[in-house]
Design a protein around this ligand. Structure first.
Ligand SMILES: [Zn+2]
Length: 339
């Protein structure tokens, strides 16, 4: 169905590993000669997407079950170019996404050093550029993801690559990955300061699970423009006040939170989102990965409406905030959101 008449939307929080149509993943896997664990396309589709009744035990479980395979398939310049290209075009066709920021970890796509990070990033940028020429209505940018499973030294290498390509379409830095005992947010603080100084936007996955201490640290000491999820803040009114004051924008991903068991049920999700709205916290609605969770920005909105979590007016406000909080500069160069 054509989405031409849908009001333009922006999506800020999508992971490449969860965003590519299984048909395209199937083709690029075969084209590279990757030996897949299944021989039937439908089994493959089931393997990399989640059904309505499927749940992961947590973020770590999700990471192991899904990302390992999708990241492997996307680990070549040819594969990542097609993957990025398909997501930007698909978002426009399916949801009228005229602004999309897509994130990925280059270091999880270089086959542990076998592939060159520069070529992975350049190919991703080329895929994005191709999509923007084919769909001139769309503005897009890539976010480079640092990861909790890497050391500060490894993440520093990735950051330098992001800075190197900042003028080519890398618009920001993210930090992803399930909680790890070995990870220290404090040790990574200088990296975020360096990214900001280089003009990159900052978003950090934090407070997705119950780690309120980390989220407090992120808001108070790193002060990113956006936070991935940030759900833990709903139990701390002082922290929410600080976020409102700083203008922090939350990238919410409702279906993902339910599927990954970080939010128990719809009732709990409603309480969290209503708390944010009633406290004046700016929120945006995202998918986290439309293909893996078999959703889209439009489906997320329908779900929130149908369950009396947000009103039409509040959803329109969230869309407005998404456009305002984007790191991608408008195509005409009129204003940059960058601080
Ligand atoms: Zn995410």
């Amino acid at each position: 169905m054509s989405q031409r008449t849908t009001t333009p939307r922006a999506e800020l929080h999508t992971h490449l590993g969860a965003a590519v149509d299984p048909v395209i993943m199937w083709t690029i896997a075969h084209r590279q000669g990757i030996r897949l664990p299944v021989k039937d396309y439908w089994d493959f589709e089931e393997l990399i997407t989640m059904g309505a009744n499927e749940k992961n035990k947590g973020v770590d479980d999700m990471d192991k079950k899904y990302y390992h395979l999708t990241e492997l398939i996307q680990s070549s310049p040819e594969a990542i170019e097609e993957a990025v290209h398909s997501v930007i075009g698909g978002g426009y066709r399916k949801c009228n996404l005229v602004l999309q920021e897509l994130r990925f970890s280059p270091m999880k796509r270089n086959r542990t050093g076998e592939r060159d990070l520069d070529f992975i990033i350049l190919a991703a940028l080329w895929g994005m550029r191709r999509a923007m020429v084919e769909y001139p209505q769309v503005n897009a940018g890539l976010l480079i993801a640092l990861d909790r499973s890497f050391t500060p030294a490894q993440n520093a290498i990735t950051l330098e690559k992001a800075i190197k390509y900042a003028s080519d379409g890398i618009v920001g830095i993210d930090l992803c990955g399930p909680d790890r005992d070995t990870f220290s947010m404090k040790d990574h603080t200088p990296l975020f300061a360096r990214a900001r100084k280089a003009g990159l936007g900052l978003t950090i996955h934090s407070g997705e699970t119950g780690n309120l201490e980390e989220l407090r640290y992120v808001v108070r000491h790193i002060k990113p423009e956006r936070i991935g999820h940030g759900l833990a803040a709903a139990s701390d009114s002082k922290l929410m006040k600080e976020m409102v004051k700083q203008g922090t924008v939350l990238e919410l991903c409702p279906t993902s939170n339910l599927r990954n068991s970080v939010v128990k049920d719809v009732e709990t999700l409603r309480t969290i989102i209503r708390t944010f709205i009633d406290s004046g916290v700016r929120i945006t609605i995202n998918t986290d990965g439309p293909e893996m969770y078999r959703t889209s920005v439009l489906k997320e909105e329908e779900f929130l409406l149908a369950n009396d979590i947000m009103s039409e007016k509040e959803l329109a406000q969230a869309t407005k905030w998404a456009f305002e909080a984007a790191f991608v500069k408008p195509k005409d160069g009129t204003k940059g959101k960058r601080k």
